[in-house]
Design a binder for this molecule. Structure first.
Ligand SMILES: C[S@@+](CC[C@H](N)C(=O)[O-])C[C@H]1O[C@@H](n2cnc3c(N)ncnc32)[C@H](O)[C@@H]1O
Ligand code: SF4
Length: 456
């Protein structure tokens, strides 16, 4: 059972990064696609396997809560044109790589990837199989909006090799669904889950959001009760990112309809406890998985990793992002592709790639990234492993940070031992606060001020 007192909520409910990367994306700087090309060249002989992420930005309708980078259109031809640029980008990335081309993981994210027509998926898969190496073990996943899948689409996706599925659910309460303009009956969700299971898909995930309009502790408890009965393999329970100043469509959600901070916290804690009581493992920030799911297994084996898609069982891998806004992570580099479709197409036509922001990690960044990843993925950090990795003594290098952690230890978030740090009890829910101690950029005055979301 996770419990946090109101005092601790007050103390630790501060704004902070979600650490899907370190340094966090706002700390990256502008680059030219030519710089991305140079960085890819540095990594050309990499012996690491590959993880590919393909971003499909299109959605037929806009859900009012949505904070993702999407293009709302009913014009089906938009995707055919887009796919031609994706194919071009795949070629450039494949050309830049002479080392290991084995794809351990491929993920279609969005937007709504099921917007693509079958023949467009075929084009992409043929190109990928031609330019990279796939095998039986390659994990191929897709994010699906169950309201817009076409008849026969799941069977088709299974036929072309898709074996992982993530479904947007958000909340099962009708009042909440209407308020966010995403009305999705429980039946359609259940139908997709059973169908995907019967097709042999694994790691089936549901996305939920807490903090949505008209949600109450009781209404979300009922949603969670129904969800655990359905028993998806994985769950992501996101904190509603409400930024009406930046996202005009979110202004249709009135702030007075949102649960207040304490209610939100009770909703979150209630759902965490419900999932754990129902046999799910708490993986870390926002994520749960059944004990036999590979995410839970990877956490136990300490091979879990976290990147901009969230937690992943695949570590020690080069992530190559394809499509508008996609992010790549390889060697000591992060790169983000152009966000605007028109400019993305222009870059791809000219250079075959479209990286416009990125960063080369310094030796200090690499040490802090390693540290944050250990804490956020495994709730455990072994000082000797750090010594083995960097030939530097952890306790001397992070002397100041370790003394700052003492306060968090007194509040019961962690245990500081002679040879390791263990994140315990409610510290696992507040792990962002612990990671923030190791974030050098938060202490610097020469970096942009960022409006992160609240840690809880
Ligand atoms: C990019 S969407 C893809 C899923 C698919 N388009 C759908 O809606 O079913 C991935 C997930 O992001 C989450 N999401 C979107 N906007 C959010 C927001 N403002 N705050 C928190 N989570 C959000 C939702 O849970 C959504 O299912
Ligand atoms: S939640 Fe999914 S379907 Fe809705 S607008 Fe966002 S990406 Fe599109």
């Amino acid at each position: 059972m996770f419990e946090i007192t109101d005092d601790l909520i007050g103390k630790y409910s501060i704004i902070g990064p979600r650490y899907t990367s370190y340094p966090t994306a706002p700390m990256w700087h502008e680059i030219e696609p030519a710089t991305q090309q140079e960085w890819l060249a540095v990594n050309t002989n990499s012996q690491k396997a590959v993880s590919l992420y393909i971003h499909i930005p299109f959605c037929r309708d806009r859900c009012l809560y949505c904070g993702c980078n999407v293009i709302i259109t009913r014009q089906q031809e938009a995707s055919a044109e887009y796919v031609s640029y994706i194919l071009n980008e795949i070629d450039t990335l494949a050309d830049s790589r002479r080392g290991n081309r084995i794809v351990k993981q491929l993920h279609f994210g969005g937007g709504t990837p099921n917007f693509l027509l079958n023949e467009e998926f075929v084009q992409i898969m043929e190109k990928l199989r031609d330019r990279f190496d796939f095998n039986e073990e390659t994990e191929i996943g897709i994010e699906i909006d169950p309201c817009t899948t076409r008849p026969g689409q799941l069977e088709f996706l299974a036929e072309i090799g898709i074996n992982r599925l993530s479904l947007g659910v958000q909340d099962l309460d009708e009042t909440v669904q209407k308020a966010v303009q995403r009305v999705q009956g429980k039946e359609i969700t259940l139908e997709h889950l059973s169908h995907a299971k019967s097709l042999g898909m694994k790691g089936i995930n549901f996305d939920l959001i807490y903090g949505l309009p008209f949600q109450t502790v009781d209404s979300f408890r009922k949603t969670v009760e129904q969800i655990v009965e359905m028993r998806p393999d994985r769950l992501a329970v996101y904190n509603f990112g409400y930024l009406p100043n930046r996202m005009i469509h979110q202004r249709k959600i009135k702030s007075e309809t949102l649960p207040d901070t304490k209610t939100k916290m009770r909703i979150l804690l209630g759902s965490i406890n419900q999932f754990c009581e129902a046999g799910y493992e708490y993986i870390g920030m926002d994520h749960f998985a059944l004990p036999e799911d590979e995410l839970a297994v990877a956490q136990k084996n300490r091979t879990l990793y976290r990147n901009f898609m969230g937690y992943t069982p695949k570590s020690n891998i080069d992530l190559l992002g394809i499509g508008v806004t996609a992010i790549s992570e390889f060697d000591r580099y992060f790169v983000q592709n152009e966000k605007k479709l028109k400019l993305y197409k222009q870059h791809i036509s000219e250079a075959g790639i479209s990286g416009i922001r990125g960063i080369e990690l310094s030796p200090d960044d690499l040490k802090r990234k390693w540290t944050i990843l250990k804490l956020i993925c495994h709730f455990y950090l072994d000082f000797k492993e750090f010594q083995d990795e960097f030939s530097v003594d952890f306790t001397s290098y992070f002397e100041e940070e370790l003394s700052q952690l003492k306060d968090l230890e007194e509040d019961g978030l962690l245990e500081l031992r002679e040879d390791c740090i263990r994140v315990v009890n409610h510290g696992q829910i507040l792990v962002r606060n612990i990671c923030m101690i190791f974030d050098a950029y938060l202490k610097r005055s020469d970096v942009p001020e960022v409006k992160y979301s609240k840690t809880i």
